[in-house]
Design a protein around this ligand. Structure first.
Ligand code: ADP
Length: 435
């Protein structure tokens, strides 16, 4: 098949020959040739201008008709333009459907540009966060959600965990905000109304707190009377004595549970007050270890070493957190075992390590140890008399001090529980051991 340019070349050559011939008939062959070629150039310019004005006006159906190479050019541009418009229509339909479905969502969905300005939001966002369409378009999101927690979360946050905040237009509405980065540094924010879930959670906490509180007095009375019964029972009556002792130990277990549940509830429902409360780590560790020594009754080798530093925190809470860890080490390490309690500061944190050479804990249990009532081996329950709440309390207290509880363990070798606190808690009144 002959190529287009070759056909066009033939047409130009034929035109040149014909016009030269006609010119020749009139005695002016060169003028005839010039006339022919000029006509061709004018025709070509005319085609270009038709194409340009067609492309300008984008009226697809008014495609100019033409001959030869130009005709083919018009045709192929027409086909491309038609395919392009069909693809555009398809995409627009998809976008419309996505917008329709996100508009119908109950959750608020917001698209934010890389600089934090609002690009698009659905209808629910107006009800949940008070955004006004279209007035607020182009505003920075932190101008509309001014909650300092949200501002910090949005600017520097770790988006792997959602943020809970109250709606800026209704303090009674709790919202769970998630941010998902996409595209070119843009962000997709979702806002979910979790007022109902929060309400249920509060009811659960209140219920546990109320039940625990109500059980306190009956248990105290029960334990008191059991003690009296044991005192007044004849020592030779071993059958009844055994029964009373069992009742007493179970009642004490329940009392411990109630006690721990009330501590957890208090930790969950109150804000920490760490204002102006310096806690000397060395003294804290010495107190706790002294108590643990008397609990161990000389069965373990308990060693303590600590730098003399102070952190800002709540002494009673920290003592309870570290106490749980040291008492656990004593409880779960067989007699003759060794327990090292160390307080130190490194370049990035203040740490308290409790290391034992007890039985160790299988890796599969470690992520669950701080869950309420989680026990590695339920059958040990009666041996240790624990409640399964100790580590949950410890973790809560450490988190209230902006720290974290780290657990490492190897079965057959022992365990290491570390409380890690940020250096910002360091109290500057004592000389810094690293400086
Ligand atoms: P408990 O009241 O049962 O001690 P905790 O929350 O304090 O509850 O501990 C949870 C579980 O973690 C315990 O039941 C025990 O199996 C395990 N555990 C805790 N500390 C140690 C340790 N030092 N060595 C071995 N196991 C431990």
């Amino acid at each position: 098949m002959l190529s287009n340019w070759y056909i066009e070349l033939q047409r130009v050559t034929l035109l040149a020959l014909a016009s030269t011939f006609i010119g020749y008939l009139f005695g002016f062959p060169v003028a005839g040739l010039l006339f022919g070629l000029t006509s061709y150039i004018i025709w070509t310019i005319r085609q270009m201008s038709r194409l340009e004005s067609w492309l300008q006006h984008q009226e697809l159906d008014k495609l100019p008709l033409s001959e030869g190479l130009w005709g083919k050019l018009f045709d192929s541009i027409y086909r491309q333009e038609k395919a392009h418009q069909a693809a555009k229509k398809r995409l627009q339909t998809i976008i419309d459907r996505i917008q329709q479905s996100t508009s119908a969502l109950q959750d608020g969905v917001i698209m934010v540009e890389s600089d934090g300005t609002l690009e698009w939001w659905n209808r629910s966002t107006e009800a949940l966060l008070g955004f006004r369409t279209p007035v607020d378009g182009g505003q920075h999101i932190t101008n509309l959600i001014r909650d300092p927690d949200f501002v910090e979360y949005f600017e520097y946050g770790d988006y792997t965990t959602p943020l809970t905040l109250n709606s800026p237009i209704n303090q009674g509405v709790a919202l769970e905000m998630t941010v998902t980065p996409f595209g070119n540094d843009e962000r997709l924010i979702t806002a979910r109304d979790i007022t109902h879930i929060e309400h249920l959670e509060r009811m659960r906490k209140d219920f546990v707190a109320n039940v625990s509180h109500e059980l306190k007095t009956p248990l105290t009375v029960l334990i008191g009377y059991l003690e009296t019964l044991i005192d007044y029972t004849d020592e030779s009556d071993t059958r009844w004595l055994r029964i009373y002792h069992q009742m007493q130990s179970q009642a004490i277990r329940m009392q411990d549970l109630v006690h721990d549940l009330l501590i957890l509830t208090r930790l969950e429902t109150t804000e920490i007050n760490t204002q102006e409360q310096p806690v000397n780590i060395k003294q804290l560790l010495e107190h706790v270890t002294a108590e643990a020594r008397s609990y161990s009754n000389g069965e373990h080798e308990l060693r303590v070493s600590s730098v003399d530093i102070e952190i800002t925190g709540n002494y009673d809470e920290l003592r309870s957190a570290v106490g749980n860890l040291v008492f656990n080490a004593v409880k779960y390490t067989p007699s003759g075992g060794r327990i090292d309690v160390t307080g130190y500061r490194d370049k990035t944190s203040i740490r308290i390590d409790i290391i034992d050479n007890g039985p160790g804990i299988d890796q599969k249990h470690i992520p669950h140890l701080t869950e309420r009532f989680y026990r590695v081996d339920a059958s040990r329950k009666s041996d240790t008399g624990g409640t399964g709440l100790g580590l949950a309390i410890t973790k809560h207290i450490i988190m209230r001090h902006n720290g974290q509880l780290l657990i490492e363990s190897r079965v057959g070798y022992g365990s290491k529980f570390s409380c890690e606190f940020p250096l910002s808690l360091l109290n500057s009144s004592l000389p810094d051991p690293l400086n």
